[in-house]
Ligand binder design. Structure first.
Ligand code: NAD
Length: 477
């Protein structure tokens, strides 16, 4: 059922040379699925050299040919999406239904970037002298080093790979060691679509050693990272030291604000679905629930009723609505958030502990009377914990929502157009979804502000991230 793990460097599938291996764990039963080869320094150098050669070929390949190649990849992903999803559920843990959606969406992302790559237009500027032509050219930035996390193994990788390749860049991607299977399967689709050697290289390794090797290399011209704020700041500082462009898609702590005039049924349905998708391990997931005092109790009752009946179990079991957390340390992190909140006066209405069974399962958890200084109110929980807060006035909730260093996503439920317009203007957030969930489509920009990072993936902005601007002024003589 699982996949044969390997590195993919310069068009070859490779075992580890000097980097050793590490076990990949199934989070639903703690069994070992496979041994993952890790790249050592020599293999990383090979990947860099391959990306340099691949870039020379790929940047001269016409935009139309790149489009055709990426369309071939998208077809393969669509054909194989069930396989990709099964492998992802085994090492990541999410329910198969969610994995299938993520795998199918990968084909959409590739197609979107394939199309968008044909529209990397420049422009002509009106010259000050009649015989001068002043042009702005868009060029691929160069070989990219990308680092992707374990929560959406396909989605996070495909956005970086497809964006880079559509723009004409080559890429070395370090995919997550915890959840490598679906990334290997995804890269197999690119490999089987006959892309030139070296255009796409996949490595695994010790994260700090790999980033320290790749980012300072003069071959790498752009760094794209998705993951936590502290690691993003660390990699961003390294990239700045070597003057590399960066895209940083970091953590969030999304406010979910429900005003008294909201459609409560749809707010509760969205809250429960978004909070527990991928066991809450979603950077854009709602994680601070601000409820107007007039509807607080009704919302909480309905939320608890729905979330306490969710079926939690292995992702491979079709009845499961929520799977395990992906890594053991996340279970301890959940428990410490709950313990800290309780010590500060919060009450646990449902959940609050790991499940008594093998695997990294933590119960869907609702906390009320949570003080604003509880750790779960300040730090991203990245798990199935829903802390509820009461508010009385518009200005108050805006201030509390904006009070943290994060600024990735925010959710608002209201029937008032005025409230909707006013709050969209006031919230310090890269993405705002009002009365529904509207994020993360291929054609819409995904990204944060403040400590949640900079740059966007998706939308026209997603291609922009991999393009340089060159100005050419020509005097005809
Ligand atoms: P982490 O920051 O240690 O790891 C997140 C990812 O970054 C991993 O895939 C890891 O391989 C990679 N990474 C870590 N150090 C690196 C380095 N020096 N160089 C290159 N890559 C490196 O966090 P974690 O303990 O695995 O997860 C918990 C936290 O991570 C959560 O609280 C959440 O904030 C964050 N996270 C965010 C996202 C996201 O989509 N923004 C995804 C996963 C994790």
């Amino acid at each position: 059922m699982y996949t044969k793990l390997a590195l993919y460097i310069d068009g070859e599938w490779l075992a580890a040379a000097s980097g050793g291996t590490q076990p990949v764990i199934n989070p639903a039963d703690e069994s070992v699925l496979a041994e993952l080869p890790l790249a050592g320094a020599t293999q990383l150098d090979c990947a860099l050299a391959a990306a340099q050669r691949g870039f020379k070929v790929w940047k001269r390949t016409s935009a139309h040919e790149r489009y055709t190649a990426l369309r071939r990849v998208a077809s393969l992903v669509r054909e194989r999406h069930e396989r990709l999803a099964q492998v992802m559920t085994l090492d990541q843990g999410k329910p198969l239904s969610e994995a299938l959606m993520e795998a199918k969406a990968a084909a959409d992302h590739i197609e979107w970037y394939a199309e968008e790559g044909r529209r990397a237009y420049g422009r002509v500027i009106a010259p000050r002298q009649a015989s001068v032509r002043a042009s702005v050219l868009r060029e691929p930035v160069g070989p990219v080093a990308a680092f992707t996390p374990w929560n959406f193994p396909i989605n996070q990788a495909v956005r970086k790979i497809a964006g880079a390749l559509a723009a004409g860049c080559s890429i070395v991607i370090k995919a997550p060691e915890e959840t490598p299977g679906a990334c290997v399967e995804l890269v197999r689709c690119f490999a089987d679509a006959d892309l030139p050697k070296g255009v796409l290289n996949l490595v695994f390794g010790e994260p700090q050693k790999v980033s320290q090797h790749l980012i300072p290399s003069p071959i790498i011209r752009k760094v794209s990272f998705t993951g936590s704020v502290p690691v993003g700041k660390h990699l961003g500082a390294m990239a700045a030291q070597h003057m590399k462009r960066t895209t940083m898609e970091l953590g969030g702590h999304a406010p979910f604000i429900v005003f008294a005039d909201a459609d409560l049924d749809s707010a509760v349905a969205a809250a429960v679905a978004l909070k527990h998708r991928n066991a809450g391990q979603v950077c854009a997931a709602p994680s601070r629930f601000y409820l107007h005092e007039d509807i607080h109790d009704r919302f909480v009752d309905a939320f608890v009723k729905r979330s306490s009946t969710l079926t939690v179990g292995p992702g491979t079991d079709m009845a499961s609505q929520m799977g395990p957390l992906t890594k053991r340390p996340r279970v301890d992190a959940m428990q410490s958030f709950v313990d800290d909140a309780q010590q500060r006066g919060a009450r646990v209405l449902t959940g609050g502990a790991r499940l008594e069974r093998k695997g990294y399962f933590f119960a869907p958890t609702t906390l009320v009377d949570v003080p604003d200084d509880a750790r779960v109110a300040l730090e991203e929980p990245f798990g199935p914990i829903a802390p509820m807060f009461r508010f009385a006035a518009f200005d108050e909730v805006v201030e509390r929502a904006n009070s943290l260093p994060f600024g990735l996503s925010a959710f608002v439920f209201t029937r008032s157009l005025k409230t909707s317009i006013d709050i969209a203007a006031e919230l310090e957030s890269g993405m705002i979804s009002i009365n529904h969930f509207g994020l993360a489509l291929p054609e819409t920009p995904f990204g944060g502000v403040k400590d949640s990072g900079h740059g966007s993936e998706g939308g026209t902005e997603g291609l922009e991230a991999y393009l340089n601007t060159k100005f050419v002024s020509e005097l005809g003589v």
